[in-house]
Design a binder for this molecule. Structure first.
Ligand SMILES: Nc1ncnc2c1ncn2[C@@H]1O[C@H](COP(=O)(O)OP(=O)(O)OP(=O)(O)O)[C@@H](O)[C@H]1O
Length: 691
């Protein structure tokens, strides 16, 4: 390459220098000027040489060409002297022109650089991600948003194959298909949701020179849309709840104007939408203060306020709460319960409770009616007895409420959650009673169950056992019962091993046990054991003042059971009831009232004398029985069968007349209660009384 020496390093010289440096056709060996700060000297970064006017001494052998860019005459003179060298003279004006062109070129470059900088600024300022690839699929542009969305730095993306940067990118495909893919949704590996448009870059001549993708991050938008969908669903659900609620709902705005009511509201208040929406909250109140207004003033909820609403002055209970959104009061919501429904539900509940109580045969002291001194004493004693573990002996005539007392004592004791077992000692035969009470071991008697059987004492463990008609116990059973009381254990029939038990005994008798002791039919030691807390329940004839109260309550009970609506007993009927002696006590009174109600017409609300049966204080049974049955007996049978038929009919008749009271029946017929039970079983007789 030929060596050049540039003479004159002003604007023109430095322009020539740049051209030569860039084109690299000639090698610039030296640049000289008499001024050390000339731009060409500085640009050449060559040794600084101040030549003065004479530059010849610097002309070395290896310089092939001298380019002189000066208009100085003396320089020309020197050129002539150095003729052996190839000399190019460039006049100052030409050099100036060249330098001008160079400046323009620089400016153009600067401008270009500036433009691409601005372009980059724009690319980076946009909120869309942008990726541009060249025709080979290499990333040539990766803007700020793209970096954020992909989580990849620009330095790590530029120059890489696009699939290395975005594994799911379809841009390489676009280079081939040359087709635009607009608004495609995709999910990036980092979970962000984007919507992207991919466009091939095609030159006019049809050459594909690259492709680019623009993408929007729609994660937030999608999430928002999902939230809105959720909100809409919640709104639909709330609407459904409000519309289907049986409680009335009303909502007012912060000024107390109605904005929402549900169908139940219209049903309860009788007010339709038109009369409530946009109207003051006081519109529906017929009695009482508006709770909506109070809540809006105080910003505090109110609960359980009774008031009357609507034109029908419906009795309601109201709960109202403020609606506060982001600390701002927006209105209040009220829930209105219809009291008439609650009342009828309450009635239903009481009825259900009553039924359950009857089913479980569970009574409490609240069920025992009584106001006479004797009854009050008996109730007080029983309450006291309930709190102690002692054996209680209930004494009183049949139908006075001994079983009722037994239930009440059990339910008021700490055993109330355990079993209460009732045993009628007179109703079961002696041997059966023993095995029922104490259980038996396998093989204890013929017909005994395999594996034996637990007795009622074991069943009632930790609870109470009510031994009704205890005076009817056989000597053997009395001895066994004594053992239970003394040792707190039983021995099963046919067994030898004692079984520990913890049972409270509540005994009852209508017979005089003291007489039994005198006759030798009742053990004295057992008597003392069970008679520690005797409670005497007086017969009804000794507390007739209770008859009005009893009638009132018993009629309520019978109304419930029979679905009737009888309000009470009139004066004449009451007088008749008070005059009677009630040998069958309260059970008999209950039966008489029940039977009378059956005979009352539905429109009759007060019981009158005509509804009552004839109540005679002394009844002669045998005459009426013999006259009724003497003609109906089938005489075409052996005497024994005739006798049995006659006996069965007499027992049935007496039982009916005694309102099903077996003790009374036995008494009238001069039979022991046990004997009566035996005959009832034998003749399969039914108790037609109402007990
Ligand atoms: N004080 C009372 N208050 C309300 N009802 C009563 C009262 N006393 C008895 N009764 C009712 O009278 C009926 C007979 O009562 P209960 O069966 O308790 O009598 P009892 O003395 O055990 O009779 P028995 O000796 O014949 O078994 C029951 O329906 C009972 O609810």
């Amino acid at each position: 390459m030929q060596n050049v020496m540039i003479v004159g390093a002003g604007k023109g010289g430095s322009a020539i220098l740049k051209i030569l440096n860039e084109t690299e056709v000639l090698n610039v060996h030296a640049v000289i000027d008499r001024n050390l700060d000339a731009p060409g000297i500085l640009l050449a970064k060559k040794e600084r040489i101040n030549t003065g006017r004479d530059w010849k001494p610097f002309l070395s052998e290896n310089i092939d060409i001298i380019i002189e860019v000066t208009g100085d005459d003396s320089v020309f003179q020197q050129l002539r002297d150095a003729k052996n060298k190839k000399t190019i003279l460039i006049p100052g004006s030409v050099a100036f022109l060249v330098s001008k062109l160079m400046e323009e070129k620089e400016e153009l470059i600067k401008k270009h650089q500036n433009e691409s900088y601005q372009q980059e600024l724009i690319f980076n300022a946009t909120n869309d991600g942008m990726v541009v690839i060249d025709d080979h699929g290499f990333v040539i542009l990766f803007n700020r948003r793209a970096q954020e969305m992909m989580g990849v730095k620009k330095e790590d993306a530029i120059g890489k194959f696009v699939a290395e940067v975005i594994p799911t990118s379809r841009l390489p495909l676009i280079l081939k298909t040359r087709k635009i893919e607009a608004n495609q949704e995709m999910v990036l590996s980092n979970g962000r949701k984007i919507i992207t448009t991919r466009i091939p870059i095609i030159e006019e001549n049809g050459t594909v020179i690259g492709a680019f993708a623009v993408f929007k991050d729609i994660t937030e938008v999608v999430n928002l849309a999902e939230e809105i969908t959720d909100l809409k669903e919640i709104q639909t659900m709330l609407q459904a709840i409000i519309q289907s609620s049986d409680d009335a709902i009303s909502v007012v705005d912060e000024n107390g104007r109605g904005i929402l009511i549900n169908p139940a509201y219209t049903r309860i208040t009788g007010l339709s939408q038109e009369r409530v929406i946009g109207q003051p909250a006081t519109t529906d109140i017929s009695e009482g203060e508006s709770m909506h207004m109070r809540v809006l003033q105080t910003r505090r909820a109110v609960r359980g306020v009774a008031m009357r609403v609507g034109p029908n002055k419906r009795e309601v209970i109201v709960n109202v709460a403020p609606i506060i959104v982001k600390g701002k009061l927006k209105g209040s919501v009220g829930v209105i319960h219809d009291m008439s429904e609650i009342k009828s539900l309450n009635r239903e509940l009481n009825r259900a409770r009553q039924i359950i109580r009857t089913l479980e045969a569970k009574y409490t002291f609240e069920d025992i009616l009584g106001k006479s001194d004797e009854m009050m004493i008996a109730i007080e004693q029983a309450k006291l007895g309930a709190k102690t573990p002692a054996t209680v002996l209930l004494r009183g005539e049949s139908g006075t409420g001994k079983e009722l007392f037994a239930h009440a004592i059990h339910n008021a004791s700490d055993r109330k959650y355990n079993k209460f077992i009732r045993v009628n000692c007179a109703a079961i035969s002696e041997t059966l009673l023993e095995s029922e009470l104490f259980g038996y071991e396998e093989g204890a008697f013929s017909g005994a169950r395999r594996g034996g059987k637990r007795g009622l004492f074991e069943e009632a463990n930790n609870g109470s056992i009510f031994l009704d008609e205890i005076g009817e116990l056989s000597a053997n059973t009395q001895a066994k019962l004594l053992r239970v009381l003394q040792e707190n254990e039983i021995i099963r029939v046919g067994g030898t091993k004692p079984v520990a038990i913890n049972v409270r005994i509540i005994a009852a008798t209508h017979v005089n046990l003291e007489k039994g002791i005198a006759k030798g039919s009742f053990r004295e030691d057992l008597y003392y054991r069970i008679n520690r807390m005797p409670i005497h329940i007086p017969p009804l004839r000794k507390r007739k003042e209770e008859i009005p109260l009893l009638c009132e309550r018993l009629i309520q009970k019978i109304n419930r059971d029979y679905g009737r609506n009888v309000e009470g007993v009139n004066q004449a009927a009451l007088q008749q009831l008070m005059a009677y002696d009630w040998p069958g006590n309260i059970r008999e009174l209950e039966n008489i009232l029940g039977r009378a109600i059956i005979f009352m017409n539905y429109y009759e609300t007060f019981m009158d004398v005509q509804h009552l049966p004839e109540l005679k204080n002394k009844q002669i049974v045998s005459e009426s029985v013999s006259s009724q049955y003497s003609n109906t007996v089938n005489l075409d049978q052996p005497l024994s069968a005739l006798m049995e038929e006659y006996e069965a009919k007499i027992i049935q008749q007496t039982l009916n007349q005694s309102n099903g009271n077996k003790t009374l029946t036995a008494k009238k017929l001069g039979l022991s209660v046990r004997n009566l039970y035996y005959k009832l079983e034998k003749y399969k007789l039914e108790n037609t009384g109402m007990q």
